[in-house]
Design a protein around this ligand. Structure first.
Ligand code: NAP
Length: 232
């Protein structure tokens, strides 16, 4: 695909961090992007970088009717949906017996239910386009660690959802891709001396949705390369 890419993407969690980088990367290729998140002013800032191609639509992905409105808006404005990126997510960390019920519920609602709702409403349109779903999981969706009870459970759940989607959508030629990054330099990302840049991860998302005909990048795990002097 080139700078005249005609496709339309919905990117959740696009007000900052990785989601904003994905929206900008797609727009650079000509893709029209419906960018959603809760914080309207930040969304508008992201859209200002390419107002012709990025349409900000406020949305809390845990709210069914708001997610449906995003999909409806994408269709009203652009007439099609080719790509859904389920990126909205958050992490609250603590040992299981110390994690609050509210933090558990919020991670499940945003990281898992949000992806379910967006898929639920977008899939009929993605089938029409033989499109792509990209689920942003995490290395924490492939390995566990103490303090990650809620976050890992939500991301392992997203991996299971992705697997099911892969099987359900194979006959419809919708490509389901799951990206599992390590630490990314965002507000959410840990303040580590090394981390992936959001733009590097967004580049990988772009590569996933640009796979040649007949090829699916089902799952990619990517990590920052740790300099030898910082390795334990
Ligand atoms: N940073 C890392 O080290 C890292 C590593 C692996 C995977 N990831 C994953 O990458 C994704 C993006 O994370 P990030 O690092 O870019 O975090 P971030 O900078 O905190 O951005 C998170 C995005 O999610 C949105 N969001 C949160 N709750 C939402 C809700 N209820 N409805 C709609 N949008 C919501 C936020 O927007 P609003 O607050 O405006 O709604 C924001 O745009 C997440 O799924 C995360 O789990 C991150």
């Amino acid at each position: 695909m080139s700078a005249t890419d005609e496709r339309v993407a919905v990117v959740t969690g696009a007000s900052k961090g990785l989601g904003a980088a994905i929206a900008r990367r797609f727009a650079r290729e000509g893709i029209r992007v419906v960018a959603c998140a809760r914080t309207e002013d930040k969304l508008r800032q992201v859209a200002e970088s390419d107002p012709d191609r990025i349409l900000p639509v406020p949305c809390d992905v845990t709210q069914s009717q708001q997610v449906k409105r995003v999909i409806d808006t994408a269709l009203e404005h652009f007439g099609r949906i080719d790509i859904l990126v389920n990126n909205a997510g958050l992490g609250r960390f603590g040992k299981v017996h110390e994690l609050s019920e509210e933090d558990w519920d919020e991670m499940m609602a945003v990281n898992l239910k949000g992806a379910f709702l967006a898929c639920k409403y977008a899939i009929p349109h993605l089938i029409r386009q033989k499109g792509h779903i990209v689920n942003i999981s995490s290395v924490a969706g492939t390995v566990t660690f103490p303090g990650g009870g809620g976050y890992c459970a939500s991301k392992f759940g997203l991996m299971a959802l992705s697997d099911v989607l892969t099987q359900e959508l194979k006959p419809h030629e919708v490509k389901v891709c799951t990206l599992c990054p390590g630490s990314i330099l965002t507000e959410f990302g840990a303040a580590k001396p090394y981390a992936l840049k959001p733009e590097q991860v967004a580049e990988t998302v772009w590569q996933m949705v640009s796979a040649p005909a007949g090829v699916i990048y089902n799952q990619i795990i990517m990590r920052p390369q740790v300099p030898p002097e910082m390795q334990k």
